[in-house]
Design a protein. Structure first.
Ligand SMILES: [Zn+2]
Ligand SMILES: [Zn+2]
Ligand SMILES: [Zn+2]
Ligand SMILES: [Zn+2]
Lengths: 152, 152
DNA sequence: GAGTGTTAAGATACAACATATCATTTTCGA
DNA sequence: TCGAAAATGATATGTTGTATCTTAACACTC
């Protein structure tokens, strides 16, 4: 848990929060977006765009093309409703949309589960290292691959 | 630069160091491996397996299949002759093979160049966060995407 | 309500990244 | 030289991601 307060939403409540957040940015909460968010939030592990496309297609009885999923996931990431786990080529729903910070993901190489950590101090240090090298528009990618406790 | 001393090899010298290191592990320095290492070391940015396959194939006038390149890159990574940049799906030659540490990569979204940083303190903190969560076999992935000084 | 512009989503194709499997060649010791 | 083991090749296929164009939905004006 980070150093600041925030709700960890789930289920209905999470979708509502996501919707509110997206609409606050002037974007629409369409049926397709709702379906994709629901699917994403339903996964307990990082889900690939193709995982989501398949699930949503089945659930709605109507095909959603992967490129549409990518578009919407990009929108979600840009608006902080979801995060991309780079080392897994996959996405996670943000359980506290609207709360912006650099996330740290611990990904289990055995079960695929990802633990989401916030550590402002640590991520600020990473940003600082990059800034010292003259970087701008900094986006830290802090992940750890390993074996989780359950799988040990 | 890290807190410890090490040579930053280049060209012939780098290949020699890589070779020595690989052979120390009981692995062979074959022609194909030498060619792939040379190609990899010749790139100034992280190179994909397919980039390398193409370059080596052309240079030798004999096709190297991508899967062979992947195999050899995996071997290089396992023996610390190369590093994989996760957020770029690409590889970099290790300019000080044999020196083992968690690398930090700053990758420019504009020009693709990657700056390699070592910060033992920082990477240890990341390891610690994972350890606190019960993770084992920890492999930190610390990268920063952004715009480099040159491209600003 | 018809016309018009804008945004969202679909269809399709393809590019890029990665692995699986089996065959062939090379290496090296017995 | 023979046979086993390791390295590489050939080929196929799986997975991830983008480009381009079309169609559908929506809102706004007239
Ligand atoms: Zn938070
Ligand atoms: Zn696990
Ligand atoms: Zn070092
Ligand atoms: Zn740059």
């Amino acid at each position: 848990m980070g150093k600041h307060q925030h709700h960890e939403h789930q289920g209905e409540s999470l979708a509502d929060a996501a919707r509110a957040n997206l609409e606050k940015s002037g974007e629409k909460w369409t049926d397709t977006r709702a379906a994709i968010f629901e699917a994403l939030a339903g996964f307990s592990r990082p889900a690939s765009a193709y995982d989501i496309a398949e699930l949503v297609s089945t659930a709605r009885g109507k095909r959603v093309a992967p490129n549409s999923v990518y578009r919407i996931l990009d929108l979600f990431v840009a608006n902080n409703l979801a995060m991309r786990v780079e080392s897994a080529n996959a996405y996670l729903a943000n359980s506290h949309p609207g709360c912006e910070h650099d996330c740290i993901f611990l990904v289990c190489d055995t079960c695929g589960e990802a633990t989401h950590i916030d550590d402002e101090l640590l991520s600020q240090q990473v940003r600082k290292v990059a800034k010292n090298q003259g970087f701008s528009s900094i986006r830290p990618v802090i992940e750890v691959r390993g074996i989780c406790q359950k799988c040990t």
